[in-house]
Design a protein around this ligand. Structure first.
Ligand code: AMP
Ligand code: MG
Length: 350
């Protein structure tokens, strides 16, 4: 654990914590880092109470460990067991936390017009993304991709009765990789608040969620530049809020000079193109997470329609050329840092 009485900067994937601004000495921060969910996790609390902070952080880190174990998309655990039962055409009793994920992701699937689809685990496997290492060889056989698209697994194929889950479609494989970190962030803030920690920020692999402030000054979050190093924009968290970024630059495979990112368009069965990153500010990290993934799929022209159907207000989309699009409400929230983006367009319809 480190106690930082000055400002501090930490690098992450989608976003990271920036020093607070203002005069006077900022409140002390108690901070702990760990490697969970295949990514760097960072919990920071603005408090003088070291004992309370240590035990609250420990509970959060333990929670992240069990979520990672129970919800992992390919390492053996409760979710892979359920996926195997589904593939056999059998019903199975699963964990309450997995039932809750099915429920919350069903809603995201519906509002995203099917672009957020956690039932496409078989496509994610076929493209080689169910692995810590990205594959380097040839792309999957297009006829196999088409066969999975034709089977059209969707979350509404599931039949849930209490903890008992079965699927009408045996091609369905659950993968909560686009949603679980957000759920974990919401849980972490609830857990910290229950422990009496009113001022905290949690960074789960570049997705951040904050409550309160650092000695009355807003937590400042830097959104990583999808094309270059460093920060493209800073956001000040207001109360309880999450800043979540999905990017095609985080995890991808490359073949013959072309990048194939880990987010898949369920309609084509192929990795998405054109959107480099989508950043959402939302009171609920779980919604922001599913929505950011969905907007990457929606693409540079159609994201406003999907953002509206998901009830999003604060959205920033950056394309592969570095051109930035902002929703109207986002204009008030982001401050560009460093060299100005190539172009910034405000989208009136969101
Ligand atoms: P994120 O980083 O939140 O955008 O999540 C990306 C992860 O979500 C991928 O690594 C897959 O596990 C999963 N995924 C890929 N495509 C989709 C999709 N269209 N809908 C839901 N989850 C997806
Ligand atoms: Mg996501």
């Amino acid at each position: 654990m480190t106690i930082d009485r000055r400002g501090f900067i930490k690098l992450g994937l989608g976003g990271f914590l920036l020093p607070v601004v203002g005069c006077g000495r900022p409140a002390p921060v108690i901070e702990e880092r760990a490697f969970v969910f295949g990514t760097l996790v960072d919990v920071s609390l603005a408090t003088e109470d070291q004992n309370r902070a240590a035990s609250a952080i420990r509970s959060v880190m333990e929670g992240f460990q069990w979520m990672n174990r129970d919800w992992h998309a390919w390492k053996p655990g409760a979710l892979t067991e359920l996926n195997r039962a589904i593939a056999r055409g059998e019903a199975m009793e699963t964990l309450p936390s997995i039932v809750a994920l099915i429920q919350s992701s069903s809603e995201l699937w519906r509002t995203s017009q099917g672009l957020f689809n956690p039932a496409i685990g078989k496509l994610v496997t076929l493209w080689g993304f169910h692995d810590d290492e990205m594959p380097s060889g040839a792309l999957p056989d297009p006829s196999l991709v088409q066969a999975l698209v034709a089977q059209a697994p969707v979350i509404s194929d599931l039949v849930v009765d209490g903890r008992r889950v079965s699927s009408r479609n045996r091609a369905l494989e659950l993968d909560f990789g686009g949603h679980a970190k957000g759920v974990a962030l919401d849980w972490a803030l609830d857990s910290l608040a229950t422990s009496g920690c009113t001022d905290a920020i949690v960074n789960l692999g570049g997705n951040l969620a904050a409550i309160g402030s650092r000695g009355g000054r807003a937590w400042r979050i830097g959104v990583k530049h999808p094309q270059g190093e460093g920060v493209i924009a800073a956001v000040e968290a207001q109360g309880r809020e999450a800043v979540v970024t999905s990017g095609s630059y985080e995890r991808y495979r490359e073949y013959e000079g072309v990048r194939y990112p880990h987010i898949i368009d369920p309609r084509s069965g192929r990795p998405t193109q054109h959107v480099a990153s989508a950043t959402i500010i939302h009171p609920k990290a779980s919604v922001a997470d599913g929505a950011a993934t969905a907007l990457v799929v929606a693409g540079t022209k159609h994201w406003p329609e999907v953002a509206n159907s998901m009830g999003l207000r604060e959205v920033m989309v950056i394309d592969d050329d570095g051109d930035v699009q902002l929703s109207k409400a986002m204009v008030q929230r982001v401050r560009f840092m460093g060299s100005a983006p190539r172009s910034v367009q405000v989208v009136d319809s969101v």
